[in-house]
Design a protein around this ligand. Structure first.
Ligand SMILES: Nc1ncnc2c1ncn2[C@@H]1O[C@H](COP(=O)(O)OP(=O)(O)O)[C@@H](O)[C@H]1O
Ligand SMILES: [Mg+2]
Length: 326
């Protein structure tokens, strides 16, 4: 089997807090294969963003990171700063919830794209301009040459997100980290942006780490999914394993929160913040299957079928059908 494009082991992130360091990502393991869409699911505050910011070494000041993260032969956590800047610009690109995070409001779209292409690829102005128009066409912006002369505020939210994706694509990255890329968009516009990410992966073989609290978004495109809860992964597997045959009561509750109409019903209770993470399984206070053992024992991810990993001592949902011999 080919090496994964990205392989993360034992990733732990601590951020400074008023009462000392707080563990916001706690021993996370996952891989992303070339050309796949890897879904990262979980409620707000579960550590999804911090996980990926730590890989790119973009954490707030005072943060500490432990573990290993190999990307195409390089160790992201120990690579020299210059090397990491090259990886960030050219091999791993990020798309954020708010496209204005990556777009400068005062510069034309053409200027932003060509500057980026010239800095990272060293091409001349003229070829950068031509390539910029191609990129806008690639993300289906109508009238690319007109769009190059326009400014971000002249576009709708959905179009701006397409432009941010064009910026991300400019250097032909091997991985795009898309952090809640459609959360700020109307539902009708969301589908177009997601379809775009899917097409880019098919046409260019770029892998996408799709971070979202919205399982509906996930169920449309992810090849594999990991579910985060309070800084840990509680379930991982193929989209079918996790979303159609969930093993973790938390995954099941998230799916249940999506009603038939696709509208989100809130899950009762709220996810614990990093500082107030309960002992044992962190989900136990909200879990209707919880037993004493769930409060007492730390849970680790174990396979319940090939490639489907679960961190749940009781395993109430799949045990009768899928348990594998210890
Ligand atoms: N700048 C920060 N300083 C301290 N704690 C933070 C900071 N940003 C986020 N956190 C905390 O880190 C945890 C994980 O946050 P985050 O990775 O942003 O979650 P997610 O992306 O899953 O919503 C949360 O408990 C959040 O409160
Ligand atoms: Mg986030």
């Amino acid at each position: 089997m080919a090496e994964p494009l990205l392989s993360v082991e034992g990733l732990t992130v601590r951020l400074p807090g008023p009462n000392g360091p707080v563990t916001v990502v706690d021993g996370v393991d996952f891989t992303v294969d070339a050309g796949e869409i890897f879904g990262v699911a979980g409620e707000s505050g579960s550590g999804k963003t911090m996980t990926f910011l730590s890989l790119l070494r973009l954490l707030p000041a005072g943060a500490t990171v432990h573990g290993e993260a190999r990307f195409s032969g390089q160790n992201l956590l120990t690579a020299p700063a210059g090397e990491l800047r090259r990886i960030r610009g050219r091999q791993i690109a990020m798309v954020f919830q708010d496209p204005m995070t990556s777009l400068h409001p005062m510069l034309s779209i053409g200027r932003q794209l060509t500057d980026h292409l010239r800095t990272h690829l060293g091409v001349n102005r003229r070829s950068a301009r031509a390539r910029a128009a191609e990129l806008l066409d690639e993300v289906r912006i109508p009238d690319p040459s007109g769009a190059l002369r326009a400014y971000p505020h002249q576009f709708s939210g959905g179009m701006r997100q397409r432009i941010a994706i064009a910026v991300a694509l400019a250097c032909r990255p091997r991985l795009i980290v898309a952090d809640e890329p459609t959360t700020a968009l109307d539902v009708t516009v969301q589908a177009g942006v997601l379809h775009l990410l899917d097409r880019l992966r098919r046409d260019h073989g770029v892998a996408v780490a799709l971070i979202t609290h919205d399982l509906g978004v996930m169920s449309a495109l992810a090849d594999r999914v990991s579910v985060f809860y309070a800084g840990r992964i509680v379930e991982s597997g193929t989209r079918a394993d996790v979303l159609r045959d969930p093993g973790h009561p938390y995954t099941d509750a998230l799916i249940g929160a999506l009603s038939h109409t696709g509208a989100l019903r809130p899950l009762p209770g709220s996810a614990p913040g990093a500082a107030e993470r309960p002992g044992g399984c962190a989900f136990h206070p909200r879990c209707r299957y919880a037993t004493e053992r769930c409060a007492a024992d730390d849970q680790t991810l174990v396979p319940i079928s090939p490639g489907h990993l679960l961190a749940c001592a009781e395993n109430p949902l799949t045990r009768p059908r899928k348990a594998v011999a210890p």
